[in-house]
Ligand binder design. Sequence first.
Ligand code: ADP
Ligand code: MG
Length: 255
Amino acid sequence: MTTHPTDRSADRAAAAIDVQDLHKYFGDNEVLKGIDFHVGQGQVVCVIGPSGSGKSTLLRCVNMLETPTSGRIFVEGDEITDPDADVDKLRSRIGMVFQQFNLFPHMTVLRNLTIAQQKVKGRSKDEAVEIARANLVKVGLAEKESAYPAHLSGGQSQRVAIARALSMSPDMMLFDEPTSALDPELVGDVLAVMKDLASEGMTMMVVTHEMGFAREVGDNLVFMDDGVIVEEGDPREVLADPRHERTQSFLSKVL
Ligand code: ADP
Ligand code: MG
């Protein structure tokens, strides 16, 4: 693995996410082949790589939507892979946004944002509504609270999905290709919301093909291929001067 010089002074023990020698098999297929990396508090780490390289599986392991075959993952110092861990509790620190927005179609935007706050967080309706409205303002969709998802554009739906995740008051956010399903003219609005979040200090792990976002917002860029981290470092350096042939080849196709 080639590592670019980068600020690694963040104490690993204080990392928001710390992944150690993570392996994941689906049957005989080893999809993650020993992944090691960490995300510091308030850092934005972008993950790039070809389709099938294991990016989604990595993200899904971090919040235990997939169970790692071996290795350890720590969330703010607490081991989520510990068999005795309270996975639901640790997972509640992590917000997740998917390529497909997964909004509840039969509920208004506001209800999409309040239901889990009430059912999972035990918040009162009034408190949940107040938090939901603040997050709708944040993503620029205050006027859509009574709309149903079918009446939203893809970009609006994804911003609602982000607001819904934020309404659970997570300490960090995972994004899995949040703009890949969007028409090109709608991508910018979603990236702008993510950029705002980053500038507020939210810890973020973002699987994306948006190299401009990675360059501008990312503190670290991870290039994955075939279940391993091939190269990581400062996004500006990795994108301008990839060290590894596989990174060069990938970037020549997407840049
Ligand atoms: P990426 O997000 O980089 O495109 P994925 O993590 O989705 O890659 O997939 C990595 C590999 O794992 C692929 O070969 C994929 O077919 C396989 N895979 C992913 N999820 C499953 C699953 N639930 N069952 C079996 N194989 C899977
Ligand atoms: Mg994927």
